[in-house]
Design a protein around this ligand. Sequence first.
Ligand code: ATP
Ligand code: MG
Ligand code: MG
Length: 394
Amino acid sequence: MPARRTVGILGGGQLGRMLAHPAALLGVPLVILDAGLSTPAKQVLAPIPPQTHIDGPFTSSTHIRELAAQCDVLTVEIEHVNADVLEEIEKEGLCEVQPSPRTIRLIQDKYLQKEYLASKGVAVAPFEKVEKTEEGIKGVAARLGLPLMLKARTLAYDGRGNSPLQSVESGDIQKSLEFLGDRPLYAEGWAPFVKEVAVMVVRNTKGEVRSYDAVETIHRESILRVALAPLRAAGKGMENVNERARELAEKAVGCLEGAGIFGVEMFLMEDGSLLLNEIAPRPHNSGHHTIEACSTSQYENHLRAILSLPLGDTSLIVPSAAMINILGVSSSLSDVYAMADAALPIPGAKAHLYGKAESRKARKMGHITITAGSDASLREKMRPVLLAQSDLSA
Ligand code: ATP
Ligand code: MG
Ligand code: MG
């Protein structure tokens, strides 16, 4: 009998891969469910016999039940899983599920997530349901203004469910509708933020909550490119912004059931106020830096939280840190290695490659974390890495 309870993870991507290291340190057996024999997480995790990783979709009832049969606790590294089956498994007492399947289900639908958070008094950008017709979109644009962010309610990630609409000309509307496909939509008024901010929040099964210092996240075309820790924001209205972001993030997570780590994305407005963008019920890209830059990484704290172990210290242990995503440029893997290798000569830089067999434009292939003694030194160290990313330096 292993000394620890076995954790089953729905999803075997890079977030699962990064859970493997703290799991090994803590002696936690991990079993992965995902389609494919050599996903990023499965590559670095040998299951302890008779446990076996499962080759199948994390939306399939049969496969999720197969996972549950080998585990004590189920968790997710992606929210687009079958929440109904998880709820059944929890009710039947087959396995604990963390965070709660109800939280996962709520977050899966970005419109319901926003509606729920707004009902709890969490400030969000104005939003409305929208019908997928030209008339429907014109109506919502008249109320919320232009530009308008049209968003898929479901199956959205890395901005692939976002279409900014600049005008209500027929051609523009049709282009957006085509891009968003057959998913249900909603619309958000444009948030003219001065910065984007994210806070990782962890809560254990006893309800103990800790947050990490806020980071600034820099997106391009709705996809995260760079995260900077800690958040720096000066000027009128920006007083205590780190504390306020942490408070808002903790309040928002406090509205949700279940244990684990949550990534809370926010918009920082010109007057210093914060609007909540969305919550991820799992480890998050804007917390990758916590591996090198914090006492306890988001991954380790996720495992501690769902296994009812004491939570770890979330403090930053360096004055300044950056996380730079390595996004695919084309189908070429050599571009990806070139971007990672640019970090290798830099003191305090670490390259993380996810082992994905195929690259494609804008796919998350890896990231680089850089730590430094000051912001000035960090900027210096970031330069060669950014220069190696042709699309970022252009
Ligand atoms: P993730 O990969 O974080 O899950 P996602 O695909 O779920 O992303 P969002 O987080 O909703 O998408 O949006 C992605 C990015 O698009 C935001 O980080 C922000 O840069 C931009 N964005 C989203 N909503 C708005 C808005 N209402 N106004 C302005 N920009 C927005
Ligand atoms: Mg999202
Ligand atoms: Mg997001």
